[in-house]
Design a protein around this ligand. Structure first.
Ligand SMILES: [Zn+2]
Length: 291
């Protein structure tokens, strides 16, 4: 089977070919030009698809909340104007004649990790991606849990500090305002007056001032994960996002969780995501292969 897979993000549309063994080849990307709107993005996907021959399926991972049954965008923020309501699946199928599957990007990444990466063989796990915000996905009894509005797993807006810092969602005290990689960057600036990115922060790991901010931030990660462990009782938490390449973070999170959780919940372990950017493409390929 030859599957053409896309990952539509705010800045880039990545795409690749995927064979029946789920090997990705011919990986490429084009700018999303999100300001041109959702309709234009789908047109570009169709244009790219038409440059390939012999495609059996199209799999699409995309930003926004996705109704994967209908293959449409239920809701997307204004970062891609007019994307909400876009019927991606029916447009792509009508234009190309190729069966198409669509899924949200974090859910696609969770599927990629579930079948090919850190969560291979796991039936109950949750995925969190730590970046500008915190994205999440829930995998229960061997399948994705989507919720009534296809939006379950929005862990970034799980309140960990009642009445706390303002959040981009309009609420306050949300997990991502404290535990995202952006929150770490802000906390370092507040403490030191210096503007450092994630990599620069960890390059100064031995600086006691920086180290104390990192340790406080890891406590914030743990606070949220503790709540999620008590809700889902997962065997595994997959932590994604570039910052998770710092082994100290997952080591410390595991150590602190093990000492803070009630005994019967300590079967959980935290591992970094293994598939990186390929997770979304492979997850999209997996759902497309099952149409
Ligand atoms: Zn929020």
């Amino acid at each position: 089977m030859k599957i053409l897979v896309f990952d539509i993000g705010g800045t880039e549309i990545k795409y690749a070919l995927c064979d029946g063994n789920f090997t990705l080849t011919e990986k490429k990307s084009v700018p999303t030009n999100a300001h041109e709107g959702g309709k234009r993005i789908v047109e570009r996907v169709v244009e790219i698809a038409k440059t390939f021959d012999g495609i059996d399926r199209i799999g699409i991972s995309t930003a926004g909340q996705v109704d994967s049954e209908k293959g449409m965008i239920v809701y997307a923020t204004d970062s891609i104007p007019g994307y909400t309501g876009t019927q991606i699946k029916s447009i792509v199928e009508a234009e190309t004649g190729i069966p198409c599957a669509v899924e949200n990007d974090v859910n696609s990444a969770a599927l990629g990790e579930a079948y090919f990466g850190a969560a291979k063989g796991e039936k109950n796990f949750i995925c969190l991606t730590y970046g500008t915000g915190i994205g999440g996905a829930i995998f229960l009894d061997g399948k994705l849990f989507k919720g009534c509005g296809c939006s379950a797993g929005e862990f970034g807006h799980f309140v960990t500090h009642a009445g706390g810092k303002p959040c981009t969602c309009g609420g306050s005290g949300c997990y991502e305002a404290y535990a995202s990689s952006s929150a770490l960057v802000r906390a370092v600036t507040e403490k030191t007056g210096r503007s450092l990115n994630g990599r620069e922060i960890f390059a100064e790991f031995d600086n006691p001032e920086i180290r104390s901010v990192i340790d406080g931030w890891i406590d914030e990660i743990v606070v949220g994960l503790k709540g999620l462990v008590y809700i889902f009782n997962p065997s595994l938490i997959v932590a994604g996002g570039g910052i998770m390449n710092e082994k100290y973070i997952t080591d410390e999170v595991n150590k602190r969780l093990q000492t803070q959780l009630m005994q019967s919940f300590r079967c959980v372990r935290v591992e970094k995501a293994l598939m990186g950017n390929d997770a979304n493409l492979l997850g999209a390929a997996y759902i497309a292969s099952n149409i």
